[in-house]
Design a protein. Structure first.
Length: 414
């Protein structure tokens, strides 16, 4: 080893909506980023579209990138403009990975797609040919070969069961099961239809905001069968809990599930399979070991894909970087702002009282106010500063002047 400092290589930009654990596709994209980083690559998450958090103490057009859920345990750094410019200066072509719901909105010069669902099912079909591709399941790779004959055939499969085998497992004590449960989230929530042929007294599994994962697992532990009206990770979780899954065909889901080639036929069947439920019950014990074999291979599989994609990128002449619709930057505050600038929604201007805490932070307020005035001068001119200052003084007293450029205008200003 001649240097402890790693050699810089082409970065990976993984384009994904903000993280949510209830989306297997979004979780798979974040795991791709995580395991690329563990393999020694430099991978970053590009939120698209970005979740933006407004800051009342800054102009309305200034927001922070944020999200309601955080992918704890994963190495998934957000991409910022500084990082983009860094690799651009070094003329290292970024390797952009989109899900199938995007064409090429970031105008990447070198990109591929991770096909997680049938293209066109959740969004318009893509048209621009990718430099590489990988599919979540063989079913999707075969579909793309038929629907996109002019595009390069997808040979690589990256099946990522986003399950926790410690949590989704058979119960510790075998007890007699009874009844059934069912799930028809998209059928009801998106298509506005009522599921047919639901057994009497079957218990409905609700979305995550109405039913906890512990409650769902308890249902899978005590019911005899799970009726599923769509392709969802709940099916895998049910089988792991010892509850066989019956996929019910309907006009929005013809079956079989996407991962049928990868999971095999253990523990599940289609509703019209002759003797299907008996077969599912008889083979359900084989399922967990089969899934575990995939989980074991995923890190090394992603590492190999990273090497393959980077080798392709190196062969391309440098042609520039991506184009984002916003400028993602990290915003730093050198010390805590007074409570009136908090993100909690507290509005101490309405009291009209300058508290001792505000006086203690007077230097911070002065610097902050100066920045706001300069910004307003550029965007609204002197008349804009004067008008907002007068209204602030009139309605809120001396401290109201600090509010002239907050995200919400002072009371009384039109």
């Amino acid at each position: 080893m001649k240097s402890i400092i790693p050699v810089e290589k082409n970065p990976f930009y993984i384009v994904t909506p903000p993280y949510t654990k209830v989306s297997a596709g979004v979780t798979s994209l974040h795991l791709l980023c995580h395991y690329l980083n563990l393999a020694g690559e430099s991978a970053y998450i590009v939120q698209y579209p970005a979740a933006q958090v407004p800051i009342r103490s800054l102009p309305a057009y200034v927001t922070l990138q944020g999200q309601t859920e955080y992918p704890g345990g994963m190495i998934v750094p957000p991409l910022t403009l500084d990082i983009i410019e860094h690799y651009d200066r070094r003329k290292l072509t970024p390797i952009v990975v989109y899900p199938e719901v995007f064409d090429n909105p970031l105008r990447a010069k070198f990109f591929g797609r991770y096909i997680l669902n049938y293209p066109g099912k959740l969004n318009t079909k893509y048209t621009e040919a990718a430099d590489f591709g990988v599919a979540y399941a063989k079913t999707l790779a075969d579909f793309c070969a038929t629907e996109y004959p002019d595009h390069a055939r997808i040979e690589d499969i990256l099946f990522v069961p986003t399950v926790d085998l410690e949590f989704w497992r058979a119960p510790d004590r075998a007890e007699k099961r009874s009844g059934s449960c069912f799930y028809a989230g998209k059928l009801k929530g998106i298509h506005g239809e009522t599921p047919e042929n639901v057994p009497a007294d079957s218990i409905e599994i609700l979305r995550s905001d109405k039913m906890t994962t512990e409650e769902v697992r308890d249902l899978f532990w005590r019911t005899e069968v799970f009726y599923c009206y769509e392709d969802t990770a709940l099916a895998i979780e049910a089988i792991l809990c010892g509850c066989p899954t019956v996929f019910v065909r309907n006009k929005h889901f013809a079956g079989p599930p996407l991962g049928a080639n990868e999971t095999g036929k253990s523990g599940w069947c289609m509703s019209d399979d002759e003797g299907g439920l008996e077969q599912a019950k008889a083979t359900i014990g084989q399922f967990a070991e089969h899934i575990n074999s995939y989980l074991h291979d995923i890190p090394s599989q992603i590492a190999k894909l990273g090497l393959k994609w980077r080798a392709l990128a190196v062969e391309q002449p440098y042609a520039g970087t991506i184009k984002l619709p916003l400028e993602p930057r990290i915003v730093l505050f050198d010390q805590p702002l007074p409570p009136s600038f908090s993100l909690t929604g507290a509005d101490e201007f309405d009291t009209g009282v300058i508290t001792q805490k505000v006086l203690d932070r007077a230097p911070t307020i002065v610097r902050f106010t100066r920045i706001l005035i300069i910004d307003t001068l550029k965007t609204r001119g002197l008349s804009g500063i004067a008008r907002r200052a007068v209204v602030g003084l009139k309605n809120h007293g001396p401290i109201g002047f600090l509010r002239i450029l907050s995200g919400r205008p002072p009371k009384g200003e039109e």
